[in-house]
Structure formats: C-alpha cells, structure tokens
Design a protein around this ligand. Structure first.
Ligand code: ZN
Length: 400
C-alpha cells in the first residue's frame, strides 16, 4: 500500500555551493562541506532518492518504479512515459555564479545520443540576497556569430545574456535553448525534466573539479551556439495566476507540457485529492504539516519534499511549530495543459493572456498555440528593446 513518501535527498557538491541549506532551510545536511544541490526527488541512474518513512523505508525511487509502476505514477503518466520517472526536483544553493549553459530539447538529446532526455526547467526563488541576480535569456539582437565571438573574447556571461535582479518568490521558466546561469546569492527550488543534459560554454570550475571533461567543455561551445534560442521577451519572469479557494491561496507559477508548478498557502486542515491518475509532489516552503494518507502520517517542514503516489488522498494538517497554523507548499505534477491549466483557469476567470504568461515568451511557450494566440505575443524586437530603454532613461531624467 502506497502513502505520502519522504526521501533522503541526494547531495551534489558542485563548485558553486555554500551553506544555505543548513542556514536558511534548516535541513539536516553536513555542515562541514559546501553543498550546491539537494536532489529532493530523483530517479536518475545512480542518483537516487531513498524513502525514509513508513514500511517502504530504505527503498530507492527506482525500486518503487519497478515494484509499483502505474500504481505509483498513475495511469495517465504511465501511458505517456512508461518506466521513466518524468520529473526531478532540486534545491540549489547558488553561493557563487553557476556555469553559463543551456539545455537541449528532447529531439536534439536523442539525435546526439546523450542517453538523457531534453531538459526544460523552472526556478522558484526561495530566497534572494540583496544584489542577487540571474543570467537568463540572450541579449537583445544576439546572433550566433556574436555568441561565438563573445566566447572567444572571454565574455561568456555579460557578453551574451541578460542579467536580471532576482526577488524572493519569482519564477523563471527556462525552455530548452534558453541561455542561463543563476548568479550568486540565490537559494532556488528547481523543477525540471528528469535529465542532466546540458551544454556549457563556461563551466565555472566544473572542468577543474573533474565533473566535466575538457573534451566535452570544448565540444559544448559549438553545440550551444548551434542550439541556442536567439529570442528576446518582455520579461524573463513568469506572471503568477493567483486563485483564492476558501481560506487557502493557490497560485499557478509556471506551466509547460512537462510540468506545472503551483504554490499553495494552506491555512487550516485540508483534504488533498487529485482526481487525475497521476502522482504529485509537495515541497514545504514555510511552516510544517502532517500529511496523512492510507494510514501513514508523514511530517514535513520547511525545505522537505513529499511524493504523493497517484490516487492517494491526503489530509494536510498545518502544524503550529513554525508556521502558526499555516503551511506554504510548492506543488508539481505532469499536466494535460488544455484540461488542467487552460480550461481550469478560464473557468476560474483568468484571461487567455494571463494564462499564456505561465509559459514565458518565445518558441518555448507551450500554451500560446493551444490558446490560439500569436507565438510572438511576448517577444520584443531589438528596436522595441531600444525604445523601452530610451523611455526608461527619459522617465529617470524627469524624476531626478
Ligand atoms: Zn540549467
């Protein structure tokens, strides 16, 4: 019998990590080493989450996939993905700047024989220090020749990408091909396709640490130039669609064909039951709660994640230990975009443009075609970007 599952995270000691997991999330990780990533729910080759609660304690997520199959992920997810767990959840401690990189899409990953799927990802900024930023999106008007030149000139960040100040609570959707690398000072949650495929043109200490081979680091530069998205949008952050459900708040933060990211604020005892045949994940952002399903109680607090197997009804009881009776969660699931996002949000009163914002700008927005909106709705041209900069400068003149 399946129940709400908690896992021991898989730790990554990449060069950019720090001590934020222990200091701000207060999760139980070694304090004598810097940690870059906690893979909260992962079934990626040898990188495995291990169950720590209830009768299934000690089993890896792979063990559960083999034993429970569609009972774990749900018929809808199993029909689409079979024996491939489609999501990977992480926290990132960006104490230093991340590598400058991008990810391939599914087709490129397959054609190149990478042994991994493509990767779409989204970041929810859990905590941004003052001055923290994200490198994301190509500079306005950047082309392949400029990109190549900037790499050769040793200007792999500011020479190719926009640098955007991050704020706690912002969500960034990063489709395959979008240039990115979080800058120092961010604690982020990341939801992504279950893949580790990426092309870095500046690996920022990864080669020296033996994580990426010098050959790959060289090869990645031309792959990045070839597969980059050369497009620019009105803004890099998504715009949330916030719904009030009785006392609780439900915010859609981001949506693409692979995942939906929601933020839930739950202020009293709540029954959670996903009518669709699929698993869900919860990650506690603040407060704590007991999650009871199929007779098992799982307690989770800030920084801890749960996998809710398909069909398991969960009673969520916010615990007053840290959150005064309120718990704030990130929820992730594999969507049917039309049914779960478009039809649902339209029925809740959201406009089509508000819904489309969940998918960011450009060709990676999976919602625009389904909404019958122009694919370039949120794109901007070099001329428009220039005009906006002039207007911004003029308005500053007037106010100063
Ligand atoms: Zn990435």
């Amino acid at each position: 019998m399946l129940y709400p599952l908690r896992f021991k995270p898989f730790l990554k000691f990449y060069p950019y990590g720090g001590h934020r997991f222990a200091e701000f999330l207060e999760i139980d990780v070694p304090r004598d080493r810097t940690i870059a990533e906690t893979w909260e729910i992962a079934d990626h080759g040898p990188e495995q989450s291990v169950v720590i609660n209830g009768p299934l304690a000690g089993k890896t997520l792979r063990d559960l996939m083999v034993e429970f199959k569609q009972e774990l992920v749900g018929d809808e997810v199993w029909e689409r993905y079979g024996d491939y767990f489609p999501l990977l959840l992480k926290f990132l401690d960006c104490d230093k700047r991340l590598p400058a990189h991008m990810h391939p899409n599914d087709e490129t990953a397959r054609l190149l024989g990478l042994g991994d799927t493509g990767k779409s990802e989204a970041w929810y900024i859990v905590r941004a220090d003052s001055g923290a930023a994200a490198y994301v999106g190509a500079l306005s008007g950047l082309g392949g020749g400029d990109f190549q030149q900037a790499i050769e000139n040793g200007d792999p960040y500011d020479g190719v990408m926009k640098k955007i100040p991050t704020r706690t609570g912002d969500t960034y959707f990063v489709p395959p091909g979008r240039l990115h690398g979080l800058d120092a000072g961010n604690l982020a949650f990341e939801i992504q396709q279950n893949s580790d495929a990426g092309f870095g043109w500046e690996w920022a200490g990864f080669v020296e640490a033996g994580i990426v081979s010098p050959q790959d680091a060289r090869r990645h530069k031309s792959l990045a130039v070839e597969h980059a998205l050369y497009e620019d949008g009105i803004q890099e952050q998504t715009r949330e669609v916030v719904l009030q459900e009785d006392d609780d708040e439900r915010a859609f933060c981001c949506a693409c064909r692979y995942f939906v990211l929601e933020r839930l604020k739950i202020r009293g005892n709540t029954d959670f039951h996903d009518k669709q045949a699929r698993f869900n994940t919860f990650t506690v952002l603040s407060g704590a709660a007991n999650f009871t399903g199929n007779g098992e109680v799982a307690f989770a607090k800030r920084g801890e994640s749960l996998l809710i197997p398909a069909g398991v009804e969960v009673k969520i009881e916010p615990n007053s230990l840290a959150g005064a009776g309120e718990v704030e969660l990130l929820r992730c699931y594999v969507p049917d975009l039309q049914r779960d996002v478009i039809d649902f949000l339209r029925a809740s009163g959201a406009s089509d443009v508000e819904i489309a914002w969940l998918g960011s700008y450009g060709s990676g927005n999976d919602l625009l075609p389904l909404l019958d909106l122009r694919q370039d709705l949120f794109d901007v041209t070099v001329a428009e970007r220039h005009q906006a900069a002039v207007e911004h400068a003029n308005s500053r003149d007037e106010t100063s």
